[in-house]
Ligand binder design. Structure first.
Ligand code: FAD
Ligand code: NAG
Ligand code: NAG
Length: 506
């Protein structure tokens, strides 16, 4: 406990430095009187004394979280704009959020500012008469978009977990089950309405603010607050999805991923996804986490089984299969809005990472697995932590010209995600989790240039890992930043101009 006082002093010094840099001031005590008349009658300003505060301020991840002195629950675009103007006038930092799953560790730099909560925007979703696109509100949940469209015989890319925002993933690219068929979530966007750093509202598409449109699709959280977007949707042609689950003891890891590599190199079917998860499953292995390999297929199970004949030849230790309609796909995989991975109860710390690669490096996977298993088996507090090996189909992603959006990782076929889950309130565990996560990250990324999907990034990666190693990409993003957000108001979530970074972490 010796280190506690010095840590407190350090954080005081740090916040003093931060104050002088940002010229920030505290939220005026009469915020209710000043801001309320500018907002719509349905908007709410919450203070920490409000009974609604715990729910309004809780996040999926309570570690490295932003803190607020007040939260505005905006209900329309004008409320967003007025809140931004108010914050600027009083030199208060502001921070917009929708479904609160963002877990970038730099979020903790946002302290005691004005939170702008988008989940109460009354703008939800409307399908256009053409049936080709819908308008989606900036605070919607993926699940609600999916269900609305499904009822109308439509579908499109939304977050694999029903609980995440519908717009937020798009800003960083947006992985989804339909990637092979339609592309990234960002690839579906026809137009954004954006509240800029000064509170001005602009329409952004391939004609208006064209360069910003480029930047919003891959680095969008750097430039403004999206109040709504127009978004491509498609007719449901094949409602069925099938999953085959092959579970192996970890001794088979090399066999599994050597096989998986061969399948990656094939021509592939845009409706076929390759998925993997490592987790504790004592029914199959009481000693160590298991290696689960899954095929996810947009079509009936009989068709999938024709494609997976040679997977059966691997002789898994356990096997199961299921065929469902699309809305049941995420729940069948454990990713429903009310399932464990999604939960936002204000009690949980999580540490998520993304590692993008173009093939399974079997040796690196073994090092990653061993690092994962060693700590998992020693620390009961971490026992629900898991690792995901996401292998989306990429045909339609790669059909979009690489330079046409700010999303820089179109060439990568696999996204690895170690996800540590534990309870909040134990600094020893927090430190252990940080070390463990970094150890897994270094092992999994192998030796090549590191790449990390921005929406899974932790914050200690090189900025090029998120936004691209080609120099022109960051130059262009930084030019846009100068133009649209010269004072860096949108710099708390994966900023293109990282504020500070410890050298030891790079
Ligand atoms: C359980 C889980 C499942 C996930 N599944 C997927 C997935 O399938 N595909 C995928 O691509 N990613 C996925 N992610 C990553 C996800 O894209 C990010 O965590 C995303 O930031 C979550 O959005 P949110 O609305 O829940 O979070 P928030 O924390 O509310 O938003 C994250 C950040 O996005 C910005 N933001 C949010 N809304 C707006 C807006 N309207 N305008 C401007 N900026 C905004 C803000 O900077 C905010 O800090 C998942 C993450 C988790 C934890
Ligand atoms: C808590 O907040 C979320 C939005 O963040 C909302 O969907 C939910 O209904 C709220 N729960 C309660 C009990 O108010
Ligand atoms: C924190 O976690 C560690 C490791 O599990 C444990 O030994 C310790 O007792 C915990 N501390 C508290 C205060 O719960």
């Amino acid at each position: 406990m010796m280190w506690l006082p010095s840590l407190t002093i350090l954080s005081c010094v740090l916040s003093a430095i931060a104050s002088s840099i940002d010229e920030r001031t505290a939220i005026p005590s009469d915020i209710l009187f000043q801001l309320t008349p500018k907002l719509s009658p349905t908007a709410k300003i919450l203070l920490p004394s409000s009974p609604l505060w715990p729910n309004a301020s809780q996040r999926w991840n309570e570690l490295s979280r932003p803190t607020y002195s007040a939260i505005v629950q905006v209900t329309n675009e004008r409320d967003i704009s007025e809140s931004v103007k108010y914050a600027n006038l009083h030199k208060i930092p502001f921070f917009a959020f929708s479904q609160t799953h963002g877990s970038y560790f730099g979020l903790e730099r946002f302290q005691d500012g004005l939170g702008i909560s988008l989940s109460s925007l009354t703008r939800k979703i409307d399908l256009d008469k053409s049936g080709k696109w819908a308008t989606i509100g900036g605070g919607m949940k993926s699940k609600d978009v999916l269900e609305y469209l499904w009822k109308r015989g439509k579908q499109t890319g939304t977050g694999g977990c029903g609980c995440v925002g519908a717009v937020s993933p798009a800003l960083g690219g947006g992985h989804n089950w339909f990637q092979g068929q339609y592309g990234l979530i960002a690839d579906q966007v026809l137009e954004f309405r954006v509240v800029l750093a000064d509170g001005e509202v602009v329409v952004v598409n391939d004609k208006k603010h064209k360069e910003l449109f480029w930047g919003m699709r891959g680095a969008g959280h750097n430039f403004g607050i999206v109040s709504e977007m127009k978004y491509k949707v498609y007719n449901v042609k094949e409602p069925k999805w099938s999953i085959e689950t092959f579970t192996f003891k970890s001794e088979r890891l090399e066999d599994v991923y050597k096989y998986a590599n061969k399948k990656l190199n094939g021509k592939g079917d845009p409706r076929l996804l390759m998925w993997g998860t490592w987790f504790l499953n004592p029914a199959v292995d009481a000693e160590k986490p298991i290696v689960q390999f899954q095929w996810i297929y947009n079509g009936p199970l009989v068709e999938l089984k024709k494609l997976s004949k040679d997977t059966h030849a691997l002789k898994a230790d356990a096997y199961s299969s299921v065929e469902v309609d699309y809305p049941e796909l995420s729940p069948s995989l454990g990713y429903a809005a009310d399932q464990y991975a999604c939960q936002t109860d204000g009690q949980g710390n999580r540490l998520l990472r993304g590692i993008d690669v173009d093939q399974y490096d079997v040796k690196a996977l073994r090092r990653w697995y061993d690092a994962y298993a060693a700590t998992l088996m020693k620390e009961p507090a971490f026992q629900t932590s898991f690792c995901i090996l996401e292998g989306y189909s990429t045909q339609a992603v790669q059909a979009v010209p690489d330079k046409s959006t700010a999303f820089a990782l179109r060439g990568e076929t696999l996204l690895f995600a170690p996800a540590i889950f534990w309870g909040k309130g134990n600094a020893t565990l927090d430190e252990k989790a940080r070390k463990w996560s970094r150890e897994m990250y270094l092992a999994a990324s192998g030796s090549s240039k590191k790449k990390s999907y921005v929406n899974y990034a932790h914050g200690d990666e090189p900025v090029e890992a998120l936004y691209g190693y080609e120099a022109w990409r960051l130059e262009k993003l930084r030019q846009l930043k100068k133009e649209y957000d010269p004072r860096g108001r949108f710099s708390f979530f994966n900023p293109v101009n990282p504020v500070s970074r410890k050298h030891s972490e790079m």
